[in-house]
Design a protein around this ligand. Structure first.
Ligand code: UDX
Length: 427
């Protein structure tokens, strides 16, 4: 099928490329001529394992192309996806202006029936608003469908090609069947429901995953107080199929461009509809507090942090990505600096992006360099690279062998046998 993808961010570029990969003719549309030209040459601007090769493969196969020409891109496609950003506004609400601008642009170039598929994460009822905006300029037939994405950064390509489910929110069979056809090559459970339920499934799913993380982080704080091991507790809980082991990893707290935004947006949506979502307010509070747990442990080892040299390993909000949006690692660095610490930081891929937002932080070219002469090393992102470090070598590089493992990625007995003063989360 001929498909147009509006937006070439994490969601749009992955979705557009993967739709080409499963056989569709895809035009990825965005407003930045330079970005389009770079993408047309196969130069991918985001770090997502496997994506650049997939873009180049589908460009070569002629199934994928990039343009800024709205008129042609809209006119020639039956299905038009909206995959633009919905960042948080200062009050926590989702910023929908980019979605509405895309709807407006689509309406100016429509000449026949189309299905507008909203892939961006949007509050319940946004599909209806998109419909109203299009109807202002276009009196012909069209449908709006919600098809939320469940892609995790760092595994987005796999998550698209092998999803747990595809959710399609439609108000009639015709548009539902057309979108089912789009995903036909993907063997997974396909849920067809109404527009509003589909929009809410996305927020509720992310909010529940974030709730699991804040729950295990609270349990980790209790483990610290009673002397239990949160890794053992999480494992024991997860053996219950109703609970499951995923998203029960205690640490410095969740970050990223989705969980913080979506949890706040859902809390706002509830409030707007007269419901006080007490649980989500607590999830947010617990997550914000978890950053300070790491700093408290640093002070337990060092006393005052004023003037102390601290090496921070990790800047991205999670492993396998260069994305630093709402990264707990960045928050921890700022808290350490507030206590007067002198921070050197390293990340395998996110240093370039972090440089734009950090001040007075020395960015090291390697993990070892970040540990050189440090009196404490803080692990803030769960990169596998940090598990594989030669920690004996790290100990010899450090002025004082002390580690706060904010992601529980190292074995505490091994670290203590090596002679480290080693603290972690809930163990
Ligand atoms: C998330 C959802 O998983 C995905 O379905 C949705 O489409 C987008 O938002 P993402 O934010 O890319 O994906 O990454 P995810 O792997 O969910 O991690 C989110 C944050 O939670 C990261 O900061 C990660 O470090 C943290 N996390 C994750 C934990 O602290 N503990 C866990 O057990 C899992």
């Amino acid at each position: 099928m001929k498909i147009t993808m509006i937006g070439v961010g994490y969601v749009g570029l992955v979705t557009g490329t993967c739709l080409a990969e499963i056989g569709h003719q895809v035009v990825c549309l965005n407003t930045d001529k330079k970005k389009s030209a770079r993408l047309q040459k196969g130069k991918v601007h985001i770090y997502e394992p496997g994506l650049d090769k997939l873009v180049q493969k589908n460009l070569k196969a002629g199934r994928l192309r990039f343009t800024t020409d709205y008129a042609a891109a809209i006119r020639d496609s039956l299905i038009v996806f909206i995959a633009v950003g919905t960042p948080s506004r200062p009050d926590g609400q989702a910023e929908l202006k980019y979605v509405f601008q895309a709807a407006e642009s689509i309406s100016q170039h429509m000449i026949d029936y189309k299905v507008i598929v909203n892939k961006s994460t949007v509050p319940v009822g946004t599909g209806e608003k998109v419909k109203e905006i299009i109807q202002r300029k276009y009196s012909g037939r069209f449908d709006v469908v919600s098809c939320p994405e469940f892609l995790r950064e760092g595994s987005a390509v796999t998550d698209f090609l092998r999803p747990d489910r595809v959710v399609i929110g439609a108000n009639n069979k015709k548009s539902a069947n057309l979108v089912l056809d789009v995903f036909k090559p993907i063997r997974t459970k396909k849920l067809v429901t109404n527009l509003k339920s589909a929009e809410l499934i996305k927020y509720a799913s992310n909010a529940f995953l974030a709730t699991k993380i804040s729950f295990i982080n609270e349990i980790s704080n209790i483990c610290d107080l009673v002397g239990a091991d949160v890794e053992e507790v999480a494992y024991g809980m997860g053996l219950d199929k109703r609970i499951g082991t995923s998203f029960l990893k205690a640490g410095v707290g969740y970050g990223g461009s989705c969980f913080p935004k979506d949890v706040s947006a859902l809390e706002q949506i509830a409030g707007f509809n007269g419901y006080d979502f007490k649980l989500l307010k607590a999830v947010i509070r617990v997550n914000n507090n978890q950053r300070s747990v790491v700093v408290k442990k640093a002070k337990k080892l060092l006393g005052s942090l004023r003037g102390k040299r601290i090496g921070v390993l990790g800047l991205a909000f999670k492993n396998n990505t260069d994305d630093i949006r709402e990264s707990a690692a960045i928050d921890v660095i700022r808290l350490l600096q507030k206590e007067g610490a002198r921070v050197t930081a390293y990340d395998p891929v996110a240093s370039k992006r972090a440089k734009e937002v950090l001040r007075r932080v020395k960015l090291a070219g390697s993990a070892y360099q970040a540990c050189q002469d440090a009196e404490l090393v803080v692990i803030a992102t769960e990169w596998q690279e940090f598990q594989k470090l030669d920690w004996r070598k790290v100990k010899n590089l450090m002025r004082v062998p002390q580690v706060v493992d904010g992601r529980n990625i190292l074995d505490q007995n091994t670290m203590r046998k090596l002679g480290f003063h080693y603290l972690s989360i809930g163990r």
